[in-house]
Design a protein around this ligand. Structure first.
Ligand code: SAH
Ligand code: SF4
Length: 450
């Protein structure tokens, strides 16, 4: 989601005549888009910006800014600790970043003509207000960001109040974009070579529930899926993340008649213990979560399921943790993101008694990861020798001489081949070997569509 927001900001700078650079020593503006979900992410962003102070001494005209969740939750206080910071822009104001940065930069450039040694102070901008319809502003893509598989933001905010989570505070109330606008964005992407879209939201299956009516018993989200599915040339559709609340049969059924929906859902469970789910204010029981997964596997037998789990939530006993561990064994997730509980400001869980030590959290993290990794390895081993259909998305990040691709189950397959011929193509590959995270394969050349 943050990446998608950053792209929007980058595109506005490009349209305004700027160039995006990876070299911070060349940049006239350095913006850090921040996540607040865990403390580690905030500390990393603060450390990065703090270390820029030396940079400012060499290039005094540069504009430094924080955007996103941490900007939203900390606002003006960020200027107290980071004197060279110029701009703080919240999550509903991404579309204003260009205007703010450009105006400061123009003023500085003009002043610089008069005095090269000038250091600049006093032109801070902090904008963390709410803005009606801001969800409709995340809709443009930079040329570089358009890959064969691209993200599309369909909504912003969250109306839940999970007791550990800072997102409702930083992202505001749930707001959906109109179906027609989303479809138009997807059509435009397809015209520019995109084959796969991932629809993004905090709880995607609740998309539009407060703005748009049900039609023929179908939720606005299922209506959206049908409308996106009808786009010619679009081959694959994914979404992330769904929530057990509002995961109804119309969505399960959609997987039986919308073949472009990929056989994978990332379905956050958080805990396998009903007691902890209740303390987390996640309004479902483990049984309901398991039941939805069983329905999804019945609708699509090749369905892969991944999840998010928090370990070491305040008051989580060894027994609660074992409930989580046993559910992971029972459901055999294809992969899990395991998070050590992180205390977040202004959240109810932060004030709960019985906070766990880092040692306990780390111990549970390691024990859970061992089970998760063993299952993932076993599932990948079973695919060696099989033929999978993949979408090739570009050079692999780890080894740019190889190409990366994804199966419908969202498994990464690395292969060798000519990028000009393979990138953006859906093709069959034979799986030769694997690790727990990655499959390695060989394209079956005859199958490549032109
Ligand atoms: N809206 C999504 C989750 C968005 S946040 C949902 O509810 O499913 C992504 C993940 O970060 C969450 O699923 C959760 O596992 C993790 N997370 C959120 N707050 C956290 C915290 N305080 N400590 C540790 N992990 C957290
Ligand atoms: Fe956070 Fe819960 Fe909303 Fe997800 S559903 S964003 S975890 S409050």
């Amino acid at each position: 989601m943050n990446e998608r927001d950053s792209e929007q900001v980058a595109q506005m700078f490009t349209e305004g005549g700027y160039t995006v650079t990876k070299d911070e020593f060349e940049a006239d503006a350095i913006l850090v888009n921040t996540c607040s979900v865990r403390d580690q992410a905030e500390q990393k962003a603060l450390g990065k910006m703090g270390s820029m102070v030396r940079h400012r001494q060499k290039r005094p005209h540069v504009v430094y800014g924080f955007m996103g969740c941490m900007a939203q939750s900390r606002g003006n206080e960020l200027f107290d600790n980071i004197p060279h910071l110029d701009v703080v822009v919240g999550t509903q104001k991404y579309h204003k970043v260009f205007e703010y940065v450009d105006s400061i930069l123009q003023t500085r450039m003009e002043r610089r003509m008069d005095d090269l040694k000038l250091t600049y102070k006093g032109d801070h901008i902090c904008d963390i207000d709410e803005e009606k319809d801001s969800q409709n502003t995340i809709k443009d893509h930079t040329v570089e960001s358009i890959e064969p598989a691209t993200f599309v933001s369909i909504m912003q905010g969250c109306n839940m109040k999970c007791s550990y989570c800072i997102v409702p505070d930083t992202r505001g109330r749930e707001r959906g974009r109109p179906i027609a606008d989303i479809v138009e964005e997807c059509k435009d992407l397809v015209a520019r070579g995109v084959k796969e879209v991932t629809l993004l939201g905090q709880i995607v299956n609740l998309y539009g529930r407060t703005e748009f009516p049900k039609v023929d018993g179908k939720s606005p989200f299922v209506q959206l899926l049908e409308a996106v599915h009808a786009i010619d040339g679009l081959e694959r559709i994914r979404f992330t993340s769904p929530h057990p609340i509002g995961y109804r049969d119309d969505l399960v059924e959609a997987f039986t008649y919308l073949p472009k929906l990929c056989s994978h859902i990332h379905f956050p469970m958080q805990s396998g213990s009903d007691r902890i789910l209740k303390a987390m204010r996640r309004p479902y029981k483990n049984e309901k979560f398991v039941e939805i997964i069983k329905k999804m596997k019945a609708a699509r037998p090749d369905m892969a399921i991944t999840t998010d789990i928090i370990v070491g939530f305040p008051g989580e006993t060894e027994e609660d943790f074992m409930d989580t561990l046993n559910t992971v064994k029972e459901l055999e997730f294809d992969n899990c993101f395991v998070f050590r509980y992180s205390q977040r400001r202004n959240t109810p869980a932060a004030d709960m008694l019985e906070q766990h030590s880092e040692k306990t959290k780390e111990d549970r993290n390691q024990r859970l990861l061992a089970v998760v990794n063993e299952i993932a390895q076993r599932k990948n081993n079973a695919l060696v020798g099989s033929v999978q259909e993949v979408l090739c998305t570009g050079p692999s990040k780890n080894n740019p001489n190889t190409l990366t691709s994804r199966t419908p189950q969202n498994k990464i397959v690395i292969m060798e081949g000519n990028p000009d011929r393979l990138v953006g193509k859906i093709m069959k590959v034979r799986i030769d070997e694997c690790t727990g995270f990655t499959l390695y394969g060989t394209p079956i050349i005859e199958s490549i569509e032109d």
